[in-house]
Design a protein around this ligand. Structure first.
Ligand code: FAD
Length: 449
């Protein structure tokens, strides 16, 4: 008799993991606490409920990384993407869905599957034995959250994200910026040049503070109330505390010399730090924010050197339970300290419905493969799935790890000669390369006769 796979959480990731594993022939129990135990964001007891927007974002699989993830999930027979296709609404190049029929369809298809059963109870402890996937999402119940923290160490589990914007390295103007750590600290040349610096004069700083104060901000959702930690105040809140606060905080201009204008002392400096091992992404240090996305792009492009910045992701602060995957998980999404447990979905530090479902798809296949005694390899780095799983399980800097959307900055760079003007051609090259690699990965899993 084949071992059973237990999945905690029947949201985007749990639903997808269950579907994939059951289709490989493994019996699955989904433990979903709703509707008995509610969260502040879910409204129904349906599996695969969308908690907020009804959009799976871009469906363009030729020049958009999310669209590519859609394509990879479609070709892998994903339940989330195929149910979304079934209930798609007109939305231009985006994939928006009729949310209630969508989640009703996901629920029905899962419960109709002969190998899937539903247990409508909250799981309050990190399981000891058996095969498990934890896919309890950003609103993981507090009992289970505490049990995870007790096992992994409280520092390895966060209850809020505090996301600073991330910029594509190629879009930063290095004629204005320079690489240098404050006071040239560090033992190696790499450490002494770990930060990318954007200088501001007084006028630029004052205009920047005015823009921060005037920008539109988002509010916390009802029930999501957060006290800010002093270590991660939104920059606009810091600016509200006094016009000079940022100049004495993350924007202090000390210990730095601008090689482009060595005689000019900057009035303030914005620092960016490498965000991935590939060096394609940089985060703006200390710039977590609750400004609306439109306002963020406008305000951050006022920073000298970032006038033409492209953002891999914008900042935010939300209620969000997630683990420090780069230190806790292996490339198979297994908890290193208890490999019978995998994590999937937003709790692994990916962000969004699509990314969460994608990590569910991988975890479900990998767990089922292990039960069946055939290894399901981690997908190649060139695929969207592979780039994302590589980022959360090792590519990202563990110390500053914050949730991430899929984006081309996570991919191994492709022929830079195309340049910015030919971005579309370059993205097409990324997606062509990814599709071929993904197809090969899928084919390798077909059982041999
Ligand atoms: C308020 C809010 C708004 C959001 N808006 C968007 C948005 O607009 N677009 C977007 O792409 N993403 C959004 N997100 C992120 C979104 O939650 C994820 O993208 C996605 O739902 C995560 O999928 P998941 O499967 O990891 O978690 P979920 O879909 O949340 O599923 C987790 C499931 O686990 C269950 N569960 C939790 N603890 C237990 C337990 N101990 N035992 C049993 N069951 C348990 C929960 O009831 C839930 O059904 C939002 C998140 C929040 C909190």
């Amino acid at each position: 008799m084949t071992d059973t796979l237990h999945i905690i959480g029947g949201g985007m990731a749990g639903a997808e993991a269950a579907w994939q594993a059951a289709n490989m022939g493994v019996p699955v129990v989904i433990h979903e606490m709703r509707p008995k135990v509610k969260t502040f964001a879910h409204r129904t007891g349906n599996l695969g409920e969308m908690v907020c927007s009804n959009s799976f974002r871009s469906d363009d699989d030729e020049s958009n990384a999310v669209g590519l993830l859609h394509w990879e999930m479609r070709t892998a027979g994903g339940i989330i993407i195929s149910s979304a296709d079934q209930h798609a609404l007109p939305a231009g190049s985006a994939l928006a869905v009729d949310r209630d029929p969508f989640s009703e369809t996901v629920t029905k298809r899962l419960l109709d599957h002969p190998l899937i059963t539903l247990d409508s109870n909250e799981i309050t402890e990190l399981p000891m034995d058996g095969n498990w996937i934890i896919a309890t999402g950003p609103l993981t119940s507090s009992a289970l959250g505490q049990s995870i923290a007790a096992h992994t160490g409280a520092d390895a589990l966060a209850f809020f994200d505090a996301i600073a914007p991330i910029v594509y390295a190629e879009s930063i103007n290095m004629d204005t910026c320079w690489m240098q750590s404050r006071y040239d600290k560090g033992d190696t040349d790499e450490e002494r040049k770990a930060y990318l610096n954007c200088p501001m004069d007084k006028q630029q700083y004052e205009a920047f503070i005015d823009a921060l104060l005037a920008a539109d901000k988002t509010e916390f959702h009802e029930g999501e109330t957060a006290g800010y930690f002093d270590g991660c105040l939104p920059i606009e809140v810091m600016a509200e505390r006094g016009r000079e606060t940022l100049r004495f905080g993350p924007m202090k201009p000390v210990g730095l010399t601008n090689p482009h204008r060595p005689d000019d002392k900057p009035y303030a400096v914005v620092q960016l730090r490498r965000d991935n091992a590939l060096g394609t992404l940089y985060n703006i240090v200390g710039f977590q924010t609750k400004m609306k996305h439109g306002a963020q792009t406008e305000v951050f492009r006022m920073i000298p050197g970032l006038e033409n910045a492209s953002f891999a992701r914008l900042g935010g602060i939300h209620r969000n339970t997630f683990i420090n995957s780069p230190t806790l998980l292996d490339h198979q999404l297994r908890l290193k300290s208890r490999p019978n447990i995998r994590f999937a979905g937003q709790i692994t530090g990916v962000e969004g419905y699509v990314e969460s479902a994608a990590m569910g798809l991988l975890a479900g296949r990998m767990a089922a493969g292990e039960i069946l005694g055939r290894l399901v390899e981690t997908p190649p780095l060139d695929t969207a799935m592979g780039a994302l799983v590589n980022h959360i399980t090792g590519g990202a800097a563990a110390k500053t790890f914050q949730p991430m959307n899929v984006n081309f900055g996570l991919f191994q760079p492709i022929d830079a000669k195309h340049g910015r003007k030919n971005r579309k051609t370059r993205y097409k090259a990324y997606t062509d390369r990814a599709k071929a690699a993904w197809q090969e990965w899928l084919d390798a899993q077909k059982p041999t006769a």
